[in-house]
Design a protein around this ligand. Structure first.
Ligand SMILES: Nc1ncnc2c1ncn2[C@@H]1O[C@H](COP(=O)(O)OP(=O)(O)OP(=O)(O)O)[C@@H](O)[C@H]1O
Length: 243
């Protein structure tokens, strides 16, 4: 399997709090990896280090042999990132926002249009796309952020809680888009609290708690072929108690 993203020995401390302890993680072509963990487990800190938004205390991140920070520009071309709070710029319409973000990666207007138009239609944003994006609902902004990140055709997509705020139809469409994107030879890492979505969408599940990876495997492996619920495995591995 071709490895698209490799994180080695990632470690991050904030003064006395160690948020992430020596995490190793790879993403290979075709994989959809769900990162699960209780609040404060270190998922967002890991995501932010993988997307070069946060400098690790130790460790390295490499996209297709482009290492951060030495080859940051080449590395950044390889991935798209959808944050949990979409950062939509004032004044821009949805269409201008997509053009602006994908344009930063050197894509032509024609390429962007070709990639973005079908996604805009699938997410039912055709009517809204020429209106100011600051007037969009949270879910509409989340969909717009995903389209903008896919419009530059990255090999890896990282998404923090991507379906939060989406209506059921849009959440289902987003999952279908994720599957097709992975089947096209790309890879996805998504952090989520939705165990059901992780079980049905992910090809591999990684569980974190207190900054460490405590489990990694396919949904079938972790649930022992369905003999256990993913919820019970999650509680056992992460030390969370059921109330
Ligand atoms: N900028 C920061 N300064 C100090 N501590 C931080 C900072 N960012 C994160 N932390 C701490 O690092 C730990 C991991 O936080 P992180 O946000 O990565 O968890 P998470 O798994 O994403 O949680 P959630 O599911 O609640 O979003 C927590 O103890 C948090 O308080």
């Amino acid at each position: 399997m071709t490895i698209l993203l490799e994180a080695y020995n990632l470690h991050r401390a904030f003064e006395k709090t160690v948020a992430v302890h020596h995490v190793d993680l790879t993403l290979s072509k075709g994989e959809i990896v769900a990162l699960l963990g209780p609040n404060g487990a270190g998922k967002s800190t890991t995501m932010r280090m993988l997307t070069a938004l946060l400098e690790p205390t130790r460790g390295s991140v490499t996209y297709l042999s482009h290492r951060i920070p030495e080859q940051i520009v080449e590395a950044k071309r390889q991935f798209g990132y959808v944050a949990d709070q979409p950062m939509i710029m004032p004044y821009l319409t949805g269409w201008e926002y997509i053009q602006f973000v994908a344009g930063l990666y050197g894509c032509s207007a024609d390429e962007i249009k070709k990639r973005a138009t079908p996604l805009i239609e699938r997410f039912a944003l055709t009517e809204a796309i020429h209106k100011k994006a600051t007037g969009y609902s949270h879910g509409m902004q989340q969909k717009l952020a995903l389209i903008a990140q896919l419009a530059h055709d990255p090999r890896v997509l990282l998404a923090d809680e991507p379906t939060v705020g989406l209506d059921p139809g849009s959440a289902s469409e987003m999952q279908a888009i994720f599957r097709e994107y992975a089947q096209d030879g790309n890879a996805i890492l998504l952090s989520t609290h939705l165990l059901d979505m992780a079980q049905h969408l992910a090809t591999r599940i990684v569980m974190m708690t207190r900054g460490r990876i405590v489990a990694s495997g396919t949904p079938e492996e972790l649930t022992q072929g369905g003999a256990r619920s993913l919820e019970s495995v999650f509680f056992q591995r992460t030390g969370e108690v059921t109330l």
